[in-house]
Design a protein around this ligand. Structure first.
Ligand code: GAR
Length: 213
């Protein structure tokens, strides 16, 4: 199966995919890495792994629609079976989502449905939550609102800042995201209406818990 990984930043999640593909833990090939930022650190990770890269800079387009159309055109020759949003920080248009419907995954740094959008860790701290986490979900038109697949909890510790919490959550993301992708690559995971199914059975509304699978 061919993956396209979309990034905007450091690409630590991309690295977990590169590593898992290389050691055979994820039976897939990363066909291409696309960044909307030419300076994204993840591009160097892709180069180091000899993965083709694309830069489609959103600042060069007049509209979201034109940017997304350019991404679709750039990705088309790679014919990805699964598109992985790994810290890709642009909101996608319905046309882009429709083109990859049922094969578009995102990772969001909160226990969805809590804290869609930005500054998730600070919001969890401000609310006095005892735990934070991350969730992998299918992407639909609703921002961070598509059916959850798999989540990991991370306890909030006394003295945590948004940065210390984000760092611990990211370590868990690197286990969580390739595991969800593995289910898809193995043909076990599918999107059916507004639910994610694993082995033909609906997953819980908040996804499966990485600690109990
Ligand atoms: C990750 O923590 C991911 O959950 C988050 O961006 C980070 C990217 O890190 N994604 C979002 O906030 C999506 N709204 P990385 O570039 O090191 O993988």
């Amino acid at each position: 199966m061919k993956l396209a990984v979309l990034i905007s930043g450091s690409g630590s999640n991309l690295q977990s995919f590169i590593d898992d593909c290389a050691r055979g833990a994820l039976p897939a090939e990363i066909a291409v890495v696309l960044s909307n930022k030419p300076e994204a650190g993840g591009l160097a990770r892709a180069h180091a792994a000899n993965i083709p890269t694309l830069v489609v800079d959103h600042r060069e387009f007049e509209s979201r629609e034109a940017f997304d159309a350019a991404m679709l055109e750039a990705l088309a020759p790679f014919a990805p079976d699964l598109v992985i949003l790994a810290g890709f920080m642009r909101i996608l248009t319905p046309d882009f989502i429709a083109a990859f419907r049922s094969r578009l995954l995102n990772i969001h740094p909160s226990l969805l449905p809590k804290y869609p959008g930005l500054k998730t860790h600070q919001r969890a701290l401000d609310a006095g939550d005892s735990e934070a986490g991350a969730t992998v979900h299918f992407v639909t038109e609703e921002l961070d609102g598509g059916p959850p697949v798999l989540f990991a909890r991370v306890p909030i510790e006394a003295g945590d800042s948004a940065d210390t919490l984000a760092a611990r959550v990211q370590l868990r993301e690197h286990q969580l995201y390739p595991q969800a992708a593995r289910w898809f690559v193995e043909g076990r995971l599918e999107l059916c209406g507004d639910r994610a199914l694993l082995d033909g059975e609906a997953l819980p509304a908040s996804g499966a818990d990485l600690d109990t699978i």
